[in-house]
Design a protein around this ligand. Structure first.
Ligand code: NAP
Length: 496
């Protein structure tokens, strides 16, 4: 091995919570020589990119944070987005990660050199970096989806995608059109409805919305969390358990616990019944697929806006866009001077992986996943990709809070690198057998989930890939997943 050809021990792509989690784990393992490359101009991932009005976490903050780095000072149970960005900055400073980050760097390709045993990473500015280990932490929801509606380029007003928000944009006196009714739209629409002269919401698929039990966390409680961390840990345990029940009984064990799923749907339907006066509108807002097929959301204000005089729900298919409005398939034209694209993200075409990754024997990861099945052992490693950790992988997402996924992966990295140290080796590769066994197991487990045992037709859920397989979520409780990440058989890897 020619170490002179290696610039860094490890390269991490992505400076969001996933990339920072991997960096913290490397630091714990004594691997200090790593570089974090980030496409955006600052750290924080999704919490840097997204800053539309109404942005907040949709998992209570006691749970949506690193368990080893609690923040006692969340202002609300569901913290606003800006606090998450601040929390990310705090983590980077506390773990001294900022000096290891390079911003505005778009990685275009990574290729494994099997003789030299290193990765060569090429960036958009023509530079290359080499490293013994490569970690991709590029996020699931990081490639914005902008549908190419015919005529969109002719629109004379403003077009704003929610990931490219214009801070301070004033909807006062404007006729706004929002396309999309996902979790982002649900947070944003009440804010726009408050200011706009007219707002039309274009809905293709209704979303399940349950009430949001949210409130400011009083100062004395924040002080209590700061002074007695055990109190916040207890709050985290209670909240995480509730979410876990929702996930396991409502979604993953649908076949065995169908009533749990039905109760959740009933709660959402009752919420809608209590909030929207008009019967036809309620009907249009009611999903026709099972609860959990696509990620449900929480809101107390979304449904209510449809009672407002200035707000209309439009369920007609968008045919094309003209300079002054949107025309639906039946020829109706809705006038608009601001077009908001709350149209989400492209996961499966451009994001698995986010750039070309070529492993041993010339295996191209994206092509291999697409030609065969999307797969990754324990949602983190792939055969023929030595010294490669992919954090945003098929079957990696565990539970409802992304932090559970990250912390499970940190445990996996800790165990794997601990074993390499014990053996005095620096190369790992998951075996084809271990990968195939894991794929078989998750495939079997998924059979009883709402995705296969329920009715998800017409849900258009990003949980499903282009082959129609639900390959995003790890179909196990988070406890099982965390335990497995910390105790996987060490001979599932080959070391050299
Ligand atoms: P999304 O869930 O993918 O929603 C995109 C919306 O745009 C959908 O309603 C979709 O309709 C619609 N759409 C896309 N293309 C369209 C087209 N050609 N014509 C008409 N409608 C179209 O994206 P998102 O709302 O940004 O949310 C993504 C995820 O981000 C959430 O599930 C959640 O995990 C996360 N999120 C989290 C938070 C938080 O924690 N604070 C906030 C926001 C989002 P169809 O459903 O018919 O495809």
């Amino acid at each position: 091995m020619n170490d002179r050809r290696i610039d860094h021990e490890a390269l991490i792509v992505g400076a969001g919570f996933g990339g920072m989690g991997a960096a913290i784990e490397f630091t714990r393992l004594g691997i200090e020589d790593f570089l974090i490359l980030e496409r955006e101009d600052d750290l924080g991932g999704t919490w840097h990119v997204n800053h539309y009005p109404g942005l907040a976490v949709d998992i209570a903050s006691v749970t949506y944070s690193y368990s080893f780095e609690p923040n006692p000072y969340w202002s609300r149970l569901f913290a606003p987005g800006a606090e998450l960005k601040k929390y990310a900055a705090h983590i980077a400073d506390k773990y001294d990660l900022r000096r290891r980050m390079e911003f505005g760097v778009i990685v275009e390709q990574a290729v494994w050199d099997d003789d030299g045993e290193f990765w060569t990473v090429r960036t958009h500015d023509g530079r290359t970096h080499t490293a013994r280990y490569l970690v991709t932490a590029t996020g699931f929801l990081s490639q914005p989806h902008t549908p190419d509606f015919p005529g969109i380029d002719s629109f004379a007003g403003d077009i704003i995608h929610t990931t490219d928000w214009r801070d301070g944009y004033d909807f006062g006196g404007r006729r706004a059109a929002v396309i999309g009714t996902g979790a982002t739209a649900v947070q944003l629409i009440p804010e726009i409805a408050r200011r706009a002269r007219a707002l039309t919401v274009f809905q293709r698929t209704p979303i399940w919305v349950v009430p949001k039990v949210d409130f400011p966390i009083p100062r004395p409680v924040q002080h209590l969390f700061a002074k007695v961390p055990l109190a916040q840990k207890a709050a985290r345990a209670v909240n995480t358990s509730l979410l876990e029940m929702l996930m396991v009984f409502g979604v993953l064990r649908y076949q065995q616990a169908k009533p749990g799923n039905q109760v959740a749907a009933l709660l959402a339907k009752t919420h809608l019944r209590l909030q929207v006066r008009d019967r036809e509108t309620r009907k249009a807002l009611t999903p026709h697929y099972d609860f959990g097929c696509k990620r449900p959301t929480f809101s107390n204000s979304y449904f209510r806006v449809f009672n407002q005089q200035n707000v209309a729900l439009e369920t007609g298919t968008i045919d094309h866009i003209e300079p002054d409005g949107i025309v639906t398939a039946d020829g109706t034209k809705i006038l608009a001077d601001t077009l908001v694209l709350a149209t989400g993200f492209n996961l499966w075409d451009v994001n698995f992986p986010a750039f070309q990754i070529v492993g041993r024997d010339g295996r191209d990861l994206g092509q291999w996943w697409r030609d065969g099945r999307f797969q990754a052992y324990e949602g983190i490693t792939v055969p023929r990709f030595p010294n490669f950790l992919t954090l945003n992988s098929p079957y990696s997402y565990s539970g409802l809070s992304y932090f559970t996924t990250i912390e499970g992966q940190m445990k996996h990295i800790g165990r794997l690198f601990g074993e390499m140290r014990r053996r005095g080796t620096r190369r790992f590769e998951v075996t084809e057998r271990a990968n195939a066994d894991f794929l078989d197991r998750v495939t079997k487990n998924l059979a009883s989930s709402v995705f296969y045992a329920g009715d998800c037709s017409g849900s258009r859920s990003y949980y499903f890939n282009q082959h129609g397989e639900a390959t995003l979520l790890r179909p196990e409780s988070t406890l099982t997943s965390l335990r497995e990440q910390a105790s996987f058989p060490l001979d599932d890897y080959e070391y050299a």
